[in-house]
Design a binder for this molecule. Structure first.
Ligand SMILES: Cc1cc2nc3c(=O)[nH]c(=O)nc-3n(C[C@H](O)[C@H](O)[C@H](O)COP(=O)(O)OP(=O)(O)OC[C@H]3O[C@@H](n4cnc5c(N)ncnc54)[C@H](O)[C@@H]3O)c2cc1C
Length: 412
C-alpha cells in the first residue's frame, strides 16, 4: 500500500459514521440507527458488488433468473424474542418462512438419514429465507434504513487504510486514495483488525492496529487484541447449477438442506448439502466442505488452475455421498462440465467460540465500534448473531449520538 494522501481539513460532521460492511450486521445497524431517529451521515463501504456478505446471493447479468445462495442458505432465529426488524422485513416481503416441505435432514457416518433437530445450530428455532435469495435480507435492511433517510452506499470499494486525525476518522483504499471521513468508525467485518487481512492482501500491518497505536485507548487495545485472537473457520464450497432437463433426480432427493455429522464430515469432507430449486425448473446445488477439507486447501480459490483439482475432489465426494444415500453405485445425478462447476472459498466463514465480549463492541474514547456474528451471544456465528449485534450497537450508538441519558448498555 502506498503512503496515504492528506484528506480534507474540515472536521467530520457531528455523529457521522463510516460503516464498513453491508452484511447483515452492518445493514441491521444502519436500519436500526435510522429507525431510532439518527439522521447523521452514514457512509457505508462494501467490498462486494452488493449487500449480503456471507449471506449473499450469486447472480449474473447474462441470466437474471440464475441465482445461488453460495454462503448461508437459511436464517434460524433461536432467541426468545425476535430481532426488532424481523416484522418490517416480513411485512415488506423481503423475508419469508422456510417452506414446510423443504425438509432438513442429518446424515451420519454410515450414510443414514434422520430428521435434523435443534442440536444443529443452523436448524434451530424459527426458520426463514430471503424471498428471492438470501441477499434480500441485507437488501431489505438497507431499504428500511433508506426509507427513513438516505445513506451514502459505496459498493465494490474495499477500505484498506485508516487514520485517526483531529478532523475525524479517515478512510483510504489500497492505493492510498482518500475515500471519506467520519466522526465514528464502525467495523462489521474483521478484515481490518485481524491478522488475516495482512495474510490475504499482503498488507504490512493490521490497519486498525496501526491507526490505533497513537490513540493509546485501553478499551480499543483490549478489543483489538480480542479480535486478533478470533479463530475463524474456512469453507470451500462447490457450486453447481443443474439444467431443468437434468434436475429431476436432484429434486427427488428427500431434503433441501442436509447437515453432516462429525463422522460423515470425516468420511466425505463435506459439512452440508444445500439444494436450491429455481422457479424455471433448474436446481442450484451447494456442497459445503468440512472445515478440515477447507484448511487443507486454504490457498486455492476459484478461477485458478489448482481450483479445478479441488472442484474434482468435492464433486467426487458429492457423488460418493449420493451413492450411499441412494444405496446404488449407479450415478443418476448428472453434473455440469467443469467450467460450470465453480468453487467458492470462504477464508473466514465461521467464527469459533468464545467470540468477542459484547462489552468490547464500543470504544467511545476513540469513537470506534464493532458488530458482526463474532460477537458472543444468542445466534453467535450465525445470521441471527450478526443481526442482533447490529441492532444492539444501534441502540447504544443512537443514544450516545443524541446524548440520551437512558442509553441502553450493551448486553453482557
Ligand atoms: C458457507 C456458509 C454457510 C452458512 N450458513 C449459515 C446458515 O445456514 N444460517 C446462518 O444463520 N448462518 C450461516 N452462516 C453464517 C452467516 O453467513 C454469518 O453469520 C453472517 O452472514 C455474518 O454476517 P456479518 O454481517 O457479521 O458478516 P459478513 O456477512 O461477513 O459481512 C461483513 C461485510 O463487510 C465487508 N467488509 C469487510 N471488510 C471490509 C473493508 N475493509 N472494506 C469494505 N468492505 C468490507 C465484507 O465484504 C462483508 O460483506 C454461514 C456462513 C457461511 C460462510
Amino acid at each position: 500500500m502506498k503512503a496515504a494522501r492528506v484528506g480534507k481539513a474540515a472536521k467530520a460532521e457531528p455523529g457521522s459514521i463510516a460503516l464498513l460492511g453491508a452484511g447483515v450486521a452492518g445493514t441491521a445497524l444502519a436500519a436500526q440507527l435510522r429507525r431510532k431517529g439518527c439522521r447523521a451521515p452514514i457512509r457505508l463501504f462494501e467490498a462486494g458488488r452488493g449487500p449480503g456478505g456471507r449471506a449473499a446471493t450469486r447472480r449474473t447479468r447474462r441470466d437474471p433468473a440464475w441465482r445461488l445462495d453460495h454462503g448461508a442458505p437459511l436464517l434460524s432465529l433461536s432467541g426468545a424474542e425476535p430481532p426488532a426488524l424481523l416484522e418490517p422485513l416480513l411485512a415488506g416481503g423481503w423475508l419469508e418462512a422456510w417452506p414446510s416441505d423443504a425438509t432438513l435432514l442429518h446424515l451420519d457416518g454410515d450414510g443414514r438419514l434422520r430428521p435434523s433437530g435443534p442440536a444443529e445450530p443452523f436448524h434451530r428455532g424459527a426458520l426463514y429465507r430471503g424471498r428471492a435469495g438470501m441477499d434480500h435480507l441485507a437488501a431489505g435492511l438497507l431499504a428500511l434504513a433508506e426509507a427513513e433517510a438516505p445513506l451514502e452506499a459505496h459498493f465494490g470499494v474495499q477500505v484498506a487504510g485508516l487514520e485517526c486525525r483531529p478532523e475525524g476518522w479517515q478512510l483510504f483504499n489500497a492505493e492510498g486514495r482518500w475515500l471519506a471521513q467520519a466522526e465514528w468508525l464502525v467495523l462489521s467485518g474483521s478484515l481490518l483488525a485481524h491478522p488475516r487481512g495482512p495474510a490475504l492482501l499482503g498488507w504490512p500491518e493490521i490497519p486498525l492496529r496501526r491507526a490505533a497505536a497513537p490513540l493509546a485507548d485501553p478499551e480499543l487495545e483490549v478489543a483489538l487484541a480480542a479480535i486478533a485472537a478470533l479463530d475463524l473457520e474456512a469453507r470451500s464450497n462447490l457450486l453447481l447449477m443443474i439444467p431443468a432437463a437434468e434436475a429431476a433426480p436432484w429434486l427427488a432427493l428427500p431434503f433441501r438442506d442436509l447437515v453432516f455429522s462429525l463422522a460423515a464430515q470425516h468420511r466425505w469432507g463435506l459439512r452440508r448439502l444445500s439444494l436450491q430449486p429455481l422457479a424455471d425448473g433448474r436446481c442450484g446445488v451447494v456442497a459445503h466442505s468440512s472445515a478440515v477439507f477447507a484448511a487443507q486447501h486454504l490457498g486455492v480459490s476459484g478461477g485458478t488452475p489448482a481450483a479445478a483439482a479441488v472442484i474434482d475432489k468435492l464433486s467426487e465426494a458429492l457423488m460418493g455421498v449420493l451413492a450411499v444415500i441412494s444405496g446404488s453405485a449407479a450415478q443418476p445425478w448428472p453434473q455440469p462440465p467443469l467450467p460450470e462447476r465453480q468453487l467458492m472459498r470462504w477464508g473466514a466463514a465461521l467464527p469459533q467460540p468464545p467470540g468477542l465480549d459484547p462489552k468490547a463492541m464500543l470504544c467511545p474514547a476513540s469513537r470506534v465500534a464493532f458488530c458482526g456474528d463474532a460477537v458472543a451471544g444468542e445466534g453467535f456465528g450465525r445470521i441471527e448473531g450478526a443481526w442482533r449485534s447490529g441492532e444492539a450497537l444501534a441502540g447504544v450508538l443512537a443514544g450516545l449520538l443524541s446524548e440520551d441519558p437512558s442509553t441502553p448498555v450493551l448486553p453482557s
